[in-house]
Design a protein around this ligand. Structure first.
Ligand SMILES: [Zn+2]
Length: 63
């Protein structure tokens, strides 16, 4: 095995770790209501945005 092979394996390992991280479940559950304005966050949005904490309005304002 030469250095190129080792580099390829390392690259593959990093990519797998990166993908695993991306597909990991969110560390916190989606909030049922916005943490800013306290309005209810629609179920659809909570499923679409895992770990969502803000309603669409507050999210838009925070960006
Ligand atoms: Zn809000």
């Amino acid at each position: 095995m030469d250095d190129a092979d080792r580099a390829g394996i390392e690259q593959e390992r990093l990519e797998k770790a990166f993908l695993a991280k991306r597909t990991m479940p969110p560390s916190r559950p989606s909030a049922t209501e916005c943490i800013e304005c306290k309005i209810a966050i629609p179920e659809k949005r909570r499923q679409f945005v895992p770990g969502v904490q803000l309603c669409v309005e507050c999210k838009t304002l925070s960006e």
